[in-house]
Design a protein around this ligand. Structure first.
Ligand SMILES: Cc1cc2nc3c(=O)[nH]c(=O)nc-3n(C[C@H](O)[C@H](O)[C@H](O)COP(=O)(O)OP(=O)(O)OC[C@H]3O[C@@H](n4cnc5c(N)ncnc54)[C@H](O)[C@@H]3O)c2cc1C
Length: 317
């Protein structure tokens, strides 16, 4: 009688079930690997009503993409667990332990970290509640939907003036609030040359009426009517796990990876926004797929090594 597989033992544990993690799990499940995805259920684009720019899925609700992804993974035998990973351990011999908030423990031969990133929403009144609605960061995601409207770009973060030049592609009516940014003469000239208004002063609040953004208030009381505000937020990758396992990061804290997302720790990959802040949903899905193929190749190499050892030590044929 054959022993049933241990339900807590997997070829690959994927930490994070957004586009990157689910895409990887689909490839691995189809490669007949025992794959488990652990997902805390807080994808970065959750506040947005629609997801744009994903070929064949443009305009889909973000949650619907993930429901479809989880179904596809499950169809091939992949397991998706709604839980939070609270700790990782390496046995040092290419085996990992994964501790979940629920108390369950899993074991895996390889890890893929797809935990996304954390955006720092501007610290002004009502910003947090408008995030992803009419306080936006990504014109490629939502610019087309707000084209030709009176738009604003909020300063105070690196690259903000450049962001205003980008947003200008979608509307002739763009105002830049430098806020805490000190504009250079060159930036001021470039903004003026493209008819981007500059409103000096510290921004105090977004003004909302009937659940709609109507303007930006400065701390001296002035109100500038706008229907959408863009910002280039700073962000931090959710990659404590990679660092905790000893993975090296660059000077900005992003994991050092090869072209497949392989980190500097044996057996550990990372994909999507956890390592690449520029990854759109389709990019994150692509990175997950590439990492999955590399992981499967790595597992196959190990399977060959193990088979040869067993073969040599086995009984003569
Ligand atoms: C408001 C907004 C709107 C956007 N709109 C678009 C758009 O229209 N088109 C587009 O292409 N891109 C859009 N983006 C970008 C998009 O959100 C990212 O490209 C995408 O989410 C990256 O996918 P990911 O899988 O790397 O991370 P995520 O989608 O963020 O998924 C990470 C997952 O990991 C989970 N997780 C984190 N830590 C743990 C843990 N310890 N244990 C278990 N699970 C964990 C999280 O809960 C989450 O479910 C938008 C972003 C924002 C902020």
């Amino acid at each position: 009688m054959s022993t049933p597989p241990d339900p807590d033992s997997h070829d690959v544990a994927v930490i994070g079930g957004g586009a990157a993690g689910l895409s990887a799990a689909l490839v691995l499940a189809r490669a007949r690997r025992r794959v488990v995805v652990i997902d805390a259920g807080r994808p970065r684009n959750a506040p947005a009503a629609r997801m744009h720019g994903f070929l064949s899925r443009d305009g889909t609700a973000p949650a619907d993409l993930l429901v479809a992804g989880r179904d596809e993974v499950a169809r091939y035998g992949g397991e998706v667990i709604a839980d939070t990973v609270t700790g990782l351990m390496s046995s040092g011999s290419g085996r990992f332990g994964v501790l979940l908030d629920s108390g369950r423990g899993l074991a895996a031969r390889r890890l893929l970290v797809t935990t996304g990133l954390a955006d720092r929403v501007p610290d002004i009144a009502r910003a947090a509640e408008r995030w992803g609605r009419d306080l936006l960061h990504c014109p490629y995601c939502h610019g087309h939907e707000v084209r030709d409207q009176p738009l604003a770009v909020l300063g105070g973060t690196p690259g903000a003036a450049q962001h205003a030049q980008l947003v200008r592609q979608w509307s002739d009516d763009v105002v830049f609030f430098p806020h805490t940014t000190r504009l250079t003469d060159e930036q001021r000239e470039q903004l003026t040359a493209r008819a981007i208004g500059i409103v000096e002063g510290t921004v105090a609040a977004l003004v909302v009426e009937e659940d709609r953004l109507v303007g930006v208030r400065l701390d001296d009381g002035r109100l500038v009517s706008r229907s959408v505000v863009f910002v280039r937020p700073e962000s931090t990758g959710n990659n404590d796990f990679v660092r905790g396992l000893g993975g090296r990061v660059d000077e900005d804290g992003w994991p050092l990876v090869d072209g497949t997302g392989r980190t500097t720790v044996d057996g550990v990959w990372v994909a999507g926004n956890a390592s690449n802040p520029r990854a759109q949903v389709i990019t994150a899905a692509g990175e997950g797929s590439a990492a999955a193929i590399a992981i499967n190749n790595d597992l196959t190499d190990e399977d060959v090594r193990d088979a040869v050892v067993a073969f040599r030590g086995g009984p003569p044929v």
